[in-house]
Design a protein around this ligand. Structure first.
Ligand code: PDD
Length: 278
């Protein structure tokens, strides 16, 4: 695999960043994950716009123009022959001697790599996943897509160890989002409910696209917080992200939803999203 590091396309073995990179020492960096279908980037403008907002929130400069980033991404997709998968992009503040204060003049680091993945016919999407609920121990600016992913990693690992596919994070009695995805329920009345956009969750690019499709298709959408208890009484549940599109949730803690199979609303939204993306 060829990866992009600070201006160069190199084989992954030769790709190196400094031990003094602030991404490594402080988690001082932001990232984006974009899906690739039929060799094409999905929703690239929205992902780059969010990258811009993340960088601005952390007073970080972008090492390349958004147009240059797109051409680097396209070149990498072509070099690695990615038809279906994801492309990961990371900007860190750069390399400087360890100091909590921002370094004065520093060039941000830019790393981009591809991952081949089975997104369309992912068997997990066909069966649905189970989730467990865990306390949301992340910081309070989850709208910034930073590389500080240890709480997400711990949650996902605990889910795995307890035989679940993922974790839904809970704060003050309400679900915020999944470890790396947005969380939804469909009420018995057919209303799609997902948490409103604040600093408490990442403003998902897939979320925006799916809610638009749902509304166009005549579904009622409520953007509000819901509790794990309400979720357990729901007709259906699902998650969205660039790497999972729309994936059914068929079990929450010990409660089986929809007889343990993907529900009709979820399946329809997944189909609509994929049709739109291609
Ligand atoms: N995660 N919430 C969190 C905490 C996320 O990390 C993500 C994305 C989402 C969904 O956002 P989007 O629809 O823009 O992908 C929500 C990516 C896929 C990841 O970390 O791999």
């Amino acid at each position: 695999r060829v990866v992009y590091v600070n201006g160069d396309f190199v084989r992954e073995k030769e790709a190196k960043v400094s031990v003094f990179d602030r991404g490594f020492l402080f988690g001082d960096g932001v990232y984006e994950v974009c899906s690739v279908l039929d060799g094409k980037l999905i929703d690239k403008d929205a992902h780059l716009a969010r990258l811009g907002r993340s960088l601005e929130s952390l007073k970080m400069n972008c090492p390349a123009s958004l147009e240059d980033i797109t051409s680097i991404q396209r070149e990498l997709i072509a070099k690695n022959g990615i038809v279906e998968g994801t492309i990961y992009l990371q900007v860190t503040r750069g390399v400087a001697d360890r100091d909590f204060n921002f370094p004065n003049s520093v060039t941000p680091s830019l790393v981009i790599f591809t991952q081949k993945k089975n997104l369309l016919n992912d068997p997990i999407a066909g069966k649905g996943i189970s989730v467990i609920t865990l306390p949301d121990i992340r910081w309070r600016r989850r709208d910034i897509k930073t590389v500080m992913l240890l709480p997400a990693s711990l949650a996902k690992q605990e889910a795995l160890e307890r035989g679940a596919g993922d974790a839904w994070l809970v704060e003050d009695g309400y679900v915020t989002e999944g470890s790396a995805n947005n969380a939804y329920i469909v009420t018995m009345g057919g209303v799609i409910v997902t948490r409103q956009l604040t600093h408490s969750i990442l403003h998902g690019i897939t979320r925006k696209a799916v809610l638009k499709l749902a509304e166009q298709d005549g579904y009622e959408v409520e953007e509000r917080a819901f509790t794990p208890g309400e979720a357990c009484e729901a007709a259906e549940a699902f998650i969205t992200s660039a790497s999972s599109f729309v994936t059914p949730v068929v079990k929450i803690n010990d409660r089986v939803l929809c007889n343990g199979i993907p529900g009709p609303v979820t399946s329809k939204l997944r189909r609509l999203y994929i049709e739109m993306a291609r």
